[in-house]
Design a protein around this ligand. Structure first.
Ligand SMILES: [Zn+2]
Length: 246
């Protein structure tokens, strides 16, 4: 097709979380196969995926304080240290935004009875393999990786919940539950999608990756750096997980 190379370039720009300042082999969250020509061929970015087939029938929004028993959740704030992730128009780094959201998520999940293990709780650089190992070693019931998105088209906004290409039905159900809870909280979402994600596929445990919004969209970036909104996003994710584990 005549415009195929242009289409591929466009799709590559939608891949999110680019980090122009660091070595690509250590900063890519997604597997190399994500960048293959077929990565988005059958799953257009603007189309909700069919992961909703995995939704639970009783996915009503959880009430705060609901116990999560002895569930083990690995909370994984993306990037960190020498890897800043993407950057908002105002210069705020993704690694800082997602750490704040993740720390709120840790606190909320802990208050509901979950055992939470952080892959990082400060500005540390942690390799993707190490993050995966932490989930495996903890025998985690779920790994939740927190990120913020970037795309060259600054008009695009919304959260996206992702699972790995080889995701289990548990991972997909968790993604759908979080997507639904974000919507219930009034946070617009773009999709629940499966794609190559090393942090989700590099271990045997259920895992999701939440792109909490687009740093490239000025309005959304301003929300994402707002402490109140960071807590709102964390609460919605926690509500989704509470529903999933219920
Ligand atoms: Zn990221």
């Amino acid at each position: 097709m005549r415009y195929y190379p242009i289409l591929i370039l466009f799709l590559l720009t939608l891949a999110g979380c680019p980090n122009p300042n660091a070595n690509s082999t250590t900063t890519l969250i997604r597997d190399r196969d994500e960048y293959s020509a077929n990565a988005y061929k059958y799953k257009p970015y603007y189309q909700k995926s069919n992961l909703s087939n995995y939704s639970n029938s009783n996915a009503a929004q959880a009430t705060a304080g609901k116990s999560m028993g002895n569930v083990i959740v690995v909370v994984d704030p993306g990037h960190g240290g020498k890897d800043p992730g993407t950057r908002s128009a105002t210069g705020v780094q993704e690694k800082k935004v997602v750490l704040n959201i993740a720390l709120h998520l840790r606190d909320i999940l802990s208050s509901r009875g979950a055992r939470v293990i952080m892959t990082r709780s400060n500005d540390a650089y942690i390799s993707l393999d190490r993050r995966a190992d932490i989930a495996e070693e903890a025998n985690a019931d779920l790994l939740v990786s927190i990120h913020a998105d970037y795309v060259s088209n600054k008009s695009i906004s919304g959260a996206t919940v992702l699972v790995g290409k080889t995701a289990s039905s548990q991972s997909k159900a968790a993604a759908v539950a979080v997507d639904r809870a974000l919507n219930d909280a009034g946070i617009a979402t773009r999709a629940t999608r499966a794609q190559g994600l090393r942090v989700c596929q590099g271990h045997s445990r259920p895992a999701i990756l939440v792109e909490t919004g687009f740093m490239s969209n000025t309005t959304e970036a301003l929300r994402l750096v707002n402490p109140w909104y960071q807590k709102k996003v964390a609460t919605a994710i926690a509500d989704g997980l509470t529903n999933y584990f219920r």
